[in-house]
Write a protein that binds this ligand. Structure first.
Ligand SMILES: [Zn+2]
Length: 509
């Protein structure tokens, strides 16, 4: 039996198990007979129809795309009795990669029905669930992977230059989720790279949790050690072979890593707000394979649905432990020492790993040996400063912090503040090291910014403003020049123990 048939058969059983609900309309994908993708407008109309049909659902908007298409959410909530503690929220987003990875969003519309019809027992008893099925509506309608500005949105979470990525960060602020799921697909046939060597990749589903080293250890460890294995097992129990995420394979001779480590992706950026963040990626079948529906979209949506269900089930099962890990992480955000960088290196203890690929010629599964670079070498670990001072920030830098929801108080008075002044050097390979550090009294003119790092996004501010982090704003072109200047760096840590800066005394008569 061809593998898609086997998966389809297993998934059909899984899909038909929950309660059917006659009152809910078919999804736009069903309505089209699986002959094409749903448009952005059809997806929003579907969320509206669900909100109209069920008292448990309401439709909201968290932003708009470059071309002014709404980024719409469906909030599913049983509500709370007066005085009861509100339920924690789970946020699921899909299709950041537009028309290139559309199945997750299509699947989310099935998931909404399943939840509203009383399926997936205990999910809505335990959580409010927010679904954002179309995170890149322009990309979907234009047939792009990127947004209408040509930007890969899942690399924009440091700069937040694009309205779609800003909308996702706005969703984090609005819903304050306990956990998020970021839903993707990945093509197994990579025509321009791995296919030229005669292979395609061989996987059905992958999961990854936050792995940026600035994320508090309580979340890094919980995600990797407790949640990931359970997600893999739950997807497996529904007939989907799943594994921990392996970074994209574009050559049979490349090293193997896990998922991207920087805050440029949504998963890591979200986790730095103090929540559990998960990525899932399901198999995107080759477009020229024979399939019963348009580009096998029915099976692809079912694969993604299995992973989305696994996320909800795992969170229900582990709700007490997850709440504990998240509470511990939120408490640690302003105090836990900060690991600024990390990169994948060869695992000396386990230098080779065999992974299956498929031969393009006959689709036979073959084991290929790769160098195993899944070990993470951590960069410098520094203590969290309490307060930062930016005596002369550019308007662009101030705006970048504001986009991230970081509170920076603009000073109208000149101030005299005891600070630590530092100098940095960028090495030829791009790493940044501190070369000098000395205490001094800084005198600022009006317009200086004070950033209190005990605020909710203070840890994020500390990373974005420290050029030693590969996720800092100073790693990006508009701000990189700040580091080339040979002199004191323009971000100062206020010396510990200094409660507040003193206004500069007016000059005497
Ligand atoms: Zn993607």
């Amino acid at each position: 039996m061809q593998s898609w048939r086997r998966v389809a058969a297993l998934l059909f059983l899984a899909l038909s198990a929950p309660v059917a609900c006659a009152a809910l309309p078919p999804t736009p994908l069903e309505a089209s007979g699986y002959t094409r993708l749903s448009s952005a407008a059809e997806m929003v109309a579907d969320l509206d129809a669900l909100a109209a049909a069920s008292p448990l659902a309401r439709r909201e908007t968290v932003g708009a795309s470059v071309q002014q298409r709404p980024l719409a959410t469906l909030v599913l909530s049983r509500g709370t009795a007066d005085g009861a503690t509100p339920r924690p929220t789970l946020l699921l987003i899909a299709s950041q990669h537009g028309a290139a990875e559309p199945a997750g969003g299509e699947a989310m519309l099935f998931l909404a029905r399943e939840l509203l019809a009383g399926g997936l027992r205990d999910v809505l008893e335990t959580f409010d669930v927010v679904l954002l099925p179309d995170a890149n509506p322009d990309g979907r309608d234009l047939g792009h992977r990127a947004n209408a500005n040509g930007i890969n949105l899942n690399t924009d979470f440091v700069m937040l230059a694009e309205p779609e990525s800003r909308a996702l960060v706005a969703a984090l602020a609005r819903y304050r989720p306990l956990a998020v799921l970021d839903v993707h697909e990945s093509a197994v046939l990579k025509r321009r790279s791995l296919a030229r060597e005669g292979y395609l990749t061989d996987f059905e589903a992958q999961f990854e949790t936050a792995n940026n080293p600035a994320v508090p250890a309580a979340l890094l460890n919980y995600g990797r050690d407790r949640l990931l294995p359970r997600l893999v097992a739950l997807a497996g129990a529904e007939g989907l072979a799943a594994q921990r995420y392996i970074g994209e394979i574009t050559s049979a001779s490349q090293p193997i890593t896990n998922g991207g480590l920087t805050l440029r992706n949504f998963r890591n950026r979200a986790a730095l707000d103090g929540l559990l963040a998960v990525l899932t990626e399901t198999k995107l079948d080759p477009s020229d394979d024979q399939a019963p529906t348009w580009r096998n979209i029915q099976v692809r949506a079912q694969r993604s649905l299995v992973c989305q269900r696994a996320f909800l089930r795992a969170l229900v099962e582990q709700r007490a432990a997850v709440s504990e890990a998240v509470a511990a992480a939120r408490a640690a955000l302003p105090t836990e020492p900060l690991t600024l960088g990390a990169r994948y290196v060869l695992d000396e203890a386990h230098p080779r790993v065999s992974l299956p690929l498929r031969r393009l010629a006959d689709r036979e599964r073959v084991m290929i040996e790769f160098a195993d670079h899944r070990r993470v070498a951590e960069g410098e670990r520094v203590s969290m400063p309490g307060t930062l001072v930016l005596p002369a920030p550019s308007e662009a830098l101030r705006a970048a912090l504001e986009r991230q929801g970081i509170v920076a108080e603009r000073q109208s008075q000149p101030l005299a503040i005891p600070v630590v002044a530092v100098r940095y050097r960028r090495e030829p390979r791009g790493e940044v090291h501190m070369t000098a550090s000395a205490p001094r009294l800084l005198t600022t003119a009006p317009g200086a910014l004070i950033v209190d790092l005990t605020q909710r996004r203070g840890r994020l501010a500390a990373v974005l403003l420290d050029p030693r982090s590969p996720s800092s704003l100073f790693a990006s072109p508009p701000f990189a020049a700040a580091l080339e200047a040979d002199g004191e760096f323009g971000v100062y840590a206020v010396r510990k123990g200094v409660a507040r800066a003193a206004p500069v005394e007016p000059a005497g008569p």
